[in-house]
Design a protein around this ligand. Structure first.
Ligand code: NAD
Length: 507
């Protein structure tokens, strides 16, 4: 599959510019080259956007914001409805582009576009549900209520591994909330961003809404500019903990708001009474889905010692049976890693695994073929406390299997790491499951029973605790982060009683 045929299906002839506020702007930054990780060959290149392009785009976005914030939310939702329809129409081609550019298998590429469609549907409904509360005032003849207003331009900085859906979680909700969006995608997935922006152009032109969805394909410096720029009241950052820490502190220093969606180190606990078929399926998908490059990928498994032998045997068989190859080929379950550097990191991690006493049970090597392919890897690990490599996230299909004595030990080890994104338990015991979900149980933003760590739905709020950043995106009431809350009190009486009964006699 070459770039031309994939982009042609999306109606794109050439890609040269990296910035848009509704129409493309000529950018002059260094070339950003997109590569097909399944072949190692370039797919295309474009001139990166730089800070001055950001200033220009922001000025146009602010002009649009002045009008957009006054459009009724159900009318704003029409833009997102149109975008959702365009995504439906182009689902196959866009999904294929995600596969070609970041190496997801076809089904996962399609599923990512489905997730974009789902959040558009959710946001359209939200257009009539941006509810504020009314509360009784303690003062006679007073009415008190909260209302929600649009916030302003939202900076959206995204990671390579979700080239469309994370942007959509943010942008669909922000647009309905009355905000405008400036998106800086990963330089590893520029063509996917350009293709999505083309669809945004169509939707925005039809709704007279140019400037609501803006794009700046650039390197880290454009992201730094967004973090520093005081006219961007909210920065939603998705990526590694190290970069998120720097973005978060920069935004905090100017007292801006940040949504941080950072790295995970996700664990599955398998108790002695677990439904093993489900556990094997859940762990294997969690390990090899998106080739271990999901923030929610399973990294650690804590198996009760009574079931560890049987589980290990079945996982070894399952991992060995996973077909690795061209992500668009029928029957392939794991594509390539995203880059040559990612393969190096996989190898560096496995060197440390061996050095620290881990035993590779299956996998453990790169594949001898063009592109960035590695084998899904299962490691029998010693106690977590003496196995430091398990405390870090390696963005690759490597799972550490620990034997534990009890649920209490599994919980303590699961929660001991600094990250807090996704967790799961497999058990038929109601009491064990409730213990896991209790206030003294899993400390993660996501806690599942009898399903794996990976593959969230948009209906819930998505995000994690501790070093994962504490942000929440997508469904539930995550929209509140994209608006400003105003508490209003109206006195419709003839007197001015003061709150808390303050006496203030004034002649
Ligand atoms: P990354 O941190 O290298 O890059 C993320 C984005 O930040 C990119 O767009 C990059 O260009 C930009 N960037 C780099 N330096 C910057 C700086 N100094 N200031 C501002 N922006 C900067 O992450 P990645 O390798 O693309 O993605 C993998 C990581 O993302 C993993 O840790 C994964 O767990 C995490 N992730 C988290 C979630 C989540 O929802 N929690 C989702 C997807 C990925």
């Amino acid at each position: 599959m070459d770039k031309q045929s994939v982009l042609a299906k999306l109606g794109i002839d050439t890609v040269t510019e990296g910035a848009s506020h509704g129409s493309w702007l000529a950018t002059t930054g260094p070339q950003i080259v997109s590569e097909n990780p399944a072949t190692g060959r370039p797919l295309g290149a474009l001139a990166a956007a730089r800070r001055p392009d950001g200033q220009l785009v922001l000025a146009r976005a602010l002009e649009r914001f002045a009008e957009w914030r006054l459009r009724p939310a159900p009318r704003r939702a029409e833009l997102v409805r149109r975008l959702g329809e365009l995504l439906r129409r182009h689902q196959a081609a866009l999904g294929e582009l995600f596969s070609v550019e970041v190496g997801k298998i076809r089904s996962e590429g399609l599923a990512e576009v489905q997730e974009m469609i789902d959040i558009c549907d959710f946001a359209v409904g939200l257009g009539r549900q941006l509810y504020g509360l009314t509360m009784p005032s303690e003062r006679p003849r007073h009415r008190m209520f909260e209302q929600w207003h649009p916030l302003g331009p939202v900076g959206i900085i995204t990671a390579f591994n979700v080239p469309g859906a994370v942007w959509a979680w943010n942008a669909a909700i922000a647009a309905v909330c009355g905000d405008v969006c400036l998106w800086k995608p990963s330089p590893l997935a520029p063509l996917s961003a350009v293709a999505i922006q083309e669809l945004c152009h169509q939707a925005m032109h039809a709704e007279d809404a140019d400037g609501v969805f803006c794009l700046l394909v650039g390197d880290a410096d454009v992201g730094k500019w967004m973090a520093e720029e005081a006219r961007i009241p909210l920065v939603s950052f998705t990526g590694s903990i190290a970069v998120g820490r720097s973005v978060g502190t920069t935004v905090a220093a100017r007292l801006g708001r940040a949504i941080l969606e950072l790295g995970g180190n996700n664990a599955v606990t398998v108790l002695a009474d677990a439904p093993l078929d489900l556990a094997v399926r859940g762990i294997t998908f969690g390990a090899v889905g998106t080739t271990g490059q999901r923030c929610t990928s399973t990294r650690r498994v804590f198996a009760d010692r009574r079931v560890a032998g049987a589980l290990t045997e079945r996982l070894v068989r399952a991992f060995a049976s996973v077909r690795v190859g061209d992500p668009l080929e029928e029957g392939v379950l794991a594509g390539p890693l995203v880059s040559a550097r990612a393969v190096e990191r996989y190898e560096e991690t496995l060197a440390l695994v061996r050095q620290q006493g881990g035993e590779v049970l299956v996998g453990g090597q790169r594949l001898d073929r063009p592109g960035h392919f590695v084998a899904p890897t299962l490691v029998r690990a010693p106690r977590q406390a003496s196995f430091p490599i398990a405390w870090d996230e390696t963005f690759a299909p490597i799972v550490y299997l620990f034997e534990v004595e009890s649920l209490e030990q599994a919980l303590a080890d699961q929660n001991a790491v600094t990250q807090g994104l996704s967790s799961a338990i497999f058990t038929d015991s109601l009491r064990a499951a409730e213990r896991f979900l209790s206030a003294a149980g899993s400390d993660c933003g996501i806690a599942n029973v009898n399903l794996g760590t990976s593959g969230a739905e948009i209906g819930g709020a998505f995000g994690g605790e501790k070093d994962t950043g504490g942000g929440r995106e997508a469904g539930s009431d995550a929209w509140k982060a994209y608006m400003r809350r105003q508490t209003c009190t109206v006195n419709w009486g003839d007197e001015l009683p003061l709150a808390q009964g303050v006496d203030f006699p004034l002649d």
